[in-house]
Design a protein around this ligand. Structure first.
Ligand SMILES: [Zn+2]
Length: 315
């Protein structure tokens, strides 16, 4: 892929360790759980700081979020304030393309319709970061019964507004095949399809999810680096992996930033991007993550610039 007008400046900013310059360069965040995607300083009513020690499981992660932000994020008002903080944080970091959305159970939990919830998100986007391109996303939790997910999903799909769909939560809650009907419905509506796999699961789980759900993108998918065959499959099918380096280190999926498998994936030709996951927890912006990978010696400035541009290619 050819360089863009910002490539040279981006590489120089990495080498100089210049965060202010990095923030001025266009970049994407395609893996951002927007209810936990802002920085704590923007949430004075809730601010409880970042995660400071490594965790060993998603249960520990959910317990940490509950303990620190659970009360705040249990109301619709708190969640909307948190989403506002996410758009503001992204703008501050120079993110020009952000994918994300609420979980589809939210209208039921907060006594709203899919339409009123969506209108609120549109208002927040316009108020906080109107110049940032937002790819509105439908998020589903993997532990929810498929019949419930289907009932929640339909009114959102009928709006014709959403661009992407994602599945997250415990990777082992239900077999991936269970979600195939939901993904077929979303595909029929033209949505770009994603799911969280290969963070806790193995390389084969990534391959199986891409085939079963016809995924365009995988959230994390780092386990694919364990298998040359799976990496070849992802490369051949141009499936993009949206990777969150600090999240992987803090949740013990990767030993260190230096040894992060994004390097092997990139060198094998897999299309990868760098993203934040949950900035409220991990505290690293997209610009910071690029610098983290560079300083750790994981990838050089040319590779990181190509990865930056991978995220800006329109789908
Ligand atoms: Zn995630």
């Amino acid at each position: 892929m050819t360089e863009d007008a910002d490539s040279e400046t981006f590489r120089a900013a990495l080498i100089a360790g210049d965060m202010d310059a990095l923030r001025l360069i266009p970049k994407s965040d395609l893996h951002n759980h927007i209810v936990a995607g802002g920085t704590p300083d923007l949430l004075p009513g809730a601010s409880a700081g970042y995660l400071e020690h490594k965790l060993r499981s998603m249960d520990e992660m959910h317990a940490w979020v509950d303990g620190h932000y659970g009360k705040f994020l249990s109301s619709a008002e708190g969640r909307f304030e948190a989403i506002h903080a996410t758009f503001t944080s992204a703008k501050r970091d120079g993110v020009t393309l952000l994918a994300g959305g609420e979980d589809i159970w939210a209208p039921t939990a907060f006594d709203m319709t899919a339409e009123t919830l969506t209108d609120t998100l549109k208002r927040i986007h316009r108020a906080a970061a109107p110049d940032l391109e937002w790819l509105p996303q439908l998020d589903m939790s993997r532990h929810c019964p498929v019949e419930a997910l289907n009932a929640w999903l339909i009114p959102f799909l009928e709006l014709g507004f959403y661009r992407t769909m994602d599945l997250s939560g415990d990777e082992f809650a239900q077999p991936i095949e269970a979600f195939r009907p939901l993904y077929r419905e979303a595909k029929a509506q033209g949505l770009r399809l994603k799911a969280h796999v290969g963070e806790w699961g193995d390389a084969d789980s990534v391959w199986r999810a891409v085939e079963e759900l016809e995924l365009d993108e995988v959230q994390h998918g780092i386990a694919a680096a364990q298998s040359p065959a799976v990496m070849r499959f992802l490369t051949d099918h141009r499936v993009r992996l949206n990777i969150c380096p600090t999240s992987n280190v803090m949740l013990g999926r990767v030993d260190s930033m230096t040894e992060h498998p994004i390097r092997n994936l990139f060198e094998a030709g897999v299309i990868v991007t760098v993203n934040t996951d949950d900035m409220l927890v991990f505290g690293q912006s997209v610009s910071a993550e690029f610098l983290n990978l560079f300083r750790a010696g994981c990838l050089d400035a040319f590779a990181l610039d190509e990865i930056r541009r991978n995220g800006l290619v329109s789908s």
